[in-house]
Design a binder for this molecule. Sequence first.
Ligand SMILES: NC(=O)c1ccc[n+]([C@@H]2O[C@H](COP(=O)([O-])OP(=O)(O)OC[C@H]3O[C@@H](n4cnc5c(N)ncnc54)[C@H](OP(=O)(O)O)[C@@H]3O)[C@@H](O)[C@H]2O)c1
Length: 234
Amino acid sequence: MTRHVVIAGGTGEIGKQLLALLATRTELSVRALVRRPGFTLVSPHIEEVPFDYEDAAAYITVFQSPCDLLFIALGTTRAKAGSDEAFLRVDRDYPMRLISALATLHPEAGVGLVSSVGADRGKGLYLGAKAAVESELSASGLAHVIARPSFLRSNRPEFRPLEVVINRLIAPLWLALGRGLFPRSRGWWRWAPVDVREVATALLGAALALEPGQRRILEGLDLHPGPIAQWGRP
Ligand SMILES: NC(=O)c1ccc[n+]([C@@H]2O[C@H](COP(=O)([O-])OP(=O)(O)OC[C@H]3O[C@@H](n4cnc5c(N)ncnc54)[C@H](OP(=O)(O)O)[C@@H]3O)[C@@H](O)[C@H]2O)c1
């Protein structure tokens, strides 16, 4: 039976990886919500759906079609958004509206959410937004899996100075030390920079395997299969 998937944020760094993986799953029917149509689609079973995140009615319309699984990989930065309010709309409000509409129209569906390491503490603008979305998801009753990555490693075309410093200087050292000295350390791997492909692979696998009512968190070694594959599961 065909499973129906909706993805929000499919043009982002993790979202693109999720879509590339979804493209190989021909048993799925995928709708990718996009602000601007015309990004490269990689598979005939992925449909691009123009979506206005500011339009309250759009959240109902999109879920009037079947949806078994929703992926949310939306996000921006405070600098790019221009204000706290604009940042919160993208990182907090849009995901919460999607979750709320899905819970109303498809309470049996599952959700795969990209959140962030530290969301369980939830202080400040960024982590506060992530914590609010996680709380909404938890309260929704929807089965879900939440990925909480640390700094992302990707080939992002946009220049983000902090990511460049972390990816070029800190990540190689952090990962090498982890592999050599701390292959089983939950704390070390929780904060380790992680490749977007690893996040997408772990999130997709866990989301497709969700059982009704199940709740899962993926962080640390869940998102870094390398150390586990080489040195065994802690
Ligand atoms: N960067 C990190 O190191 C890091 C670490 C941990 C967690 N995270 C979290 O991981 C998630 C995914 O990160 P990412 O780096 O893959 O994201 P990204 O590359 O910045 O992509 C963000 C997605 O959100 C969409 N988006 C941005 N502004 C929007 C707006 N105003 N209205 C509607 N859609 C908008 C983008 O669509 P367009 O293509 O149309 O702009 C894109 O699809 C985010 O929630 C982020 O906070 C990031």
